[in-house]
Design a protein around this ligand. Sequence first.
Ligand SMILES: C[S@@+](CC[C@H](N)C(=O)[O-])C[C@H]1O[C@@H](n2cnc3c(N)ncnc32)[C@H](O)[C@@H]1O
Length: 309
Amino acid sequence: MKKFNETSHFLEQRVQLIQSGSMQFQMEALPSGDYTIRDQVTGECMHSTIGPWVEAQHLYIEQSQLAHRLEESHSKPLVIYDLGLGMATNALAVIDTFYKAKKKRGIHLVSFENQLEGLHYALQNAELLPFIQKNQSLLRTLLKKRTLELQCGDAFLRWDLKGGDFPQSLRGSPLADLIFYDFYSPQSTPHLWTMNCFQSLLQVAQTPQVSLHSTQQSTQLYTYCSATSVRAALLLAGFYVGYGVSTGKKRDTTVASTQWRDLRKVLGDEWLMRWSRSEKPLPLDCISFSKIQLAQKLKSMIEKQNEAF
Ligand SMILES: C[S@@+](CC[C@H](N)C(=O)[O-])C[C@H]1O[C@@H](n2cnc3c(N)ncnc32)[C@H](O)[C@@H]1O
């Protein structure tokens, strides 16, 4: 199996950029009239054509029903993982929801990022990014102290920043309730969309309660990505997996959970058919496995989902 060595691969490209005198990041105007950042190393923009703020609201905040969750009375704060921080759009959208919520549960927001230069670059271009402009001092405090606390009424929001490479940086993290999985695409960073990565997340996920009437104590993961290999990786890791809302040019996105009841529409036989016809059906860490055995495993996962549903 050809192993994807992330560190040397990206390091080489960064060195080439520096040698050619180019910058790693560039501001990019989107058809919506908004701006995002393009990373020259991966060649990818941080956001889709609908713009960063709309994407954050639609895909992560509304889909996870964050405002509603904050109204539930609970003694423990809601733990949200923000993977990766990038230009902090999703994180700032969480904070905005926290301030606007009527009744408030506390939040513990944990952002993960291995290259803070992206956020520094966003701050340098704050005049093009209204949500960055509005929150400059907050972001500078986070970058400097790596942790901060906000208070609104009786409720607190703690925001921690974990540097370093995911998934190693997960060590010591609190159990997650919501995961906003927003890394670059599997084409650029296949090592972040593997069965192993998602298994690492299951180690820090809430264990579903056995009671049929319980709606709590589960972990949901939201991502823009709808790649067949990513859905296969999530299933093989042990998540229940379903379709998420459509966004921009994407017909659908992906929602995964430790509890099937959280999913609006689970992947079914139609997805299994698509998987069997797919040219790229396997995550990076499964390409040396037997496709027949994987097909059987996926089939049993899909059957389990169907039965539960
Ligand atoms: C699509 S951007 C995130 C956009 C961000 N969620 C936002 O709301 O603006 C992906 C981010 O993941 C970060 N990243 C890539 N590989 C990583 C890794 N192994 N560990 C932590 N962060 C990583 C990138 O540096 C980049 O900032």
